[in-house]
Design a protein around this ligand. Sequence first.
Ligand code: FRU
Length: 474
Amino acid sequence: MKLQTRELLDKVKAAEEELEKINKDPWRLKFHLMPPVGWINDPNGLCQMNGIYHVFFQYSPLEAAGGIKFWGHYTSSDLLEWNYEGVTLVPDQEFDRDGIYSGSSFIENDQMHIFYTGNVKEEGDHDYVRKGRGAATIYVKYQENTVLISKAPVLRNEDYPEHYSCHIRDPKVWKEDNQYFMVLGGRTLDDEGRVLVYTSKDLKQWKLCNELKTKETFGYMWECPDLFEIDGQNLLSISPQGLIRENFRFQNIYQSGYFYLDGDFRSDYQLRDFEEWDYGFDFYAPQTFLDEKGRRIIIGWMGMSDSDLEYQNPTIENGWQHALTMLREISMKDGQIFQTPVKEYLELRDELIEVENKTKIRNLETFELEVKQGGIEDLEFIFSEGLVLKYNVQEELFSMEFINELGAGRTIRKVKIKSLKSLHMFVDTSSIELFLNDGEKVLTTRYYNSSTENTIQFVAGTAEINIWKMKNMT
Ligand code: FRU
């Protein structure tokens, strides 16, 4: 093992032993993936291999406020109990010395092939949008149990098209019609976000096959692309940066969502109807994968870029920050996309609480809540005295509004929805995921209660309400 690799691994080990403050943190989650210590961002390399689910992630174990990126690794056989497997990719080479950035995995013949972006920052280069910062696409081959066989660049800065800046990253690889394909997110020299499509016959030699773009400029950079089919319809998922905030859309600093891609992504295609994956405060850089049951599952980073200074998470003081969302299954009905938590989570249902309207329910920590109503009535409830969740029939508007410090700087998010018939909510200590109308629209947020006791009080509406406390997974 290289000396540098050993040194980095020793540092990670030392950081991961510093658990005292973290273990005492009341905001640690019970059924979500979090960084063991330090910082987490994008989910990476999602796959299932011989029954075992793998979730890799952008991991900065050395700094809770974000720092040099490694890939951390979790595995699970049932999507409920997860094992932390340590750091599998370490920034120990010239071509990834400033971080193992995001990427994907691809399984074939019992082997895991991983693709990621090796980040290289040139010293003294302030104009880093132009040439001068390296971004190589690195190919890693693993045997079962993620034993590393090789790690080498397959595309380097000089291989990317001339009209692109050095912002090209986040390879997602798949196989179709006996060929391998890779999408990479990018920023042109004219500050337009686009996706590059590469193709290969052997996973090593890649050639440019197409460039995916919108007719009008749609942000200056597209991160974390993903291209997949659902019910015969191709979707292109991206995390665009640089969109202008609107009243009911694009409310965060950066977005993530999908275009319907009609035609052939290899040649003539059209991108239409961009839809956001999530309308809450904390959701970015999602990735999807197909599991062995054939489900298309999406996981997002339950956080937002550190350049969003609107809010600060108090967990930093306790040595960690951010988490990944629940696993959500994607489906399509009448041309519309829905997201619902994978059914495995229902196994966590414990005691059912009878709810009478207008009474305050106390003593909740992690719980699942289901509201059903006719869709013709206003609905309003207050969560932990600081978060107002409201549906206004006339305005066809659902809002999530923090009215005090519970939101740690978060304010209000709104989404248009015609007729709210159901609401499904999962609360995990300091996170909320809300699925409206069976996942037609989703809102995710973190919140920080001074005690672990949550309350719920319905103040308007005559809905039918069920609450289940959830079994403890930690
Ligand atoms: C998205 C992102 C990716 C990049 C990674 C670095 O959040 O900026 O584009 O690969 O994070 O951590």
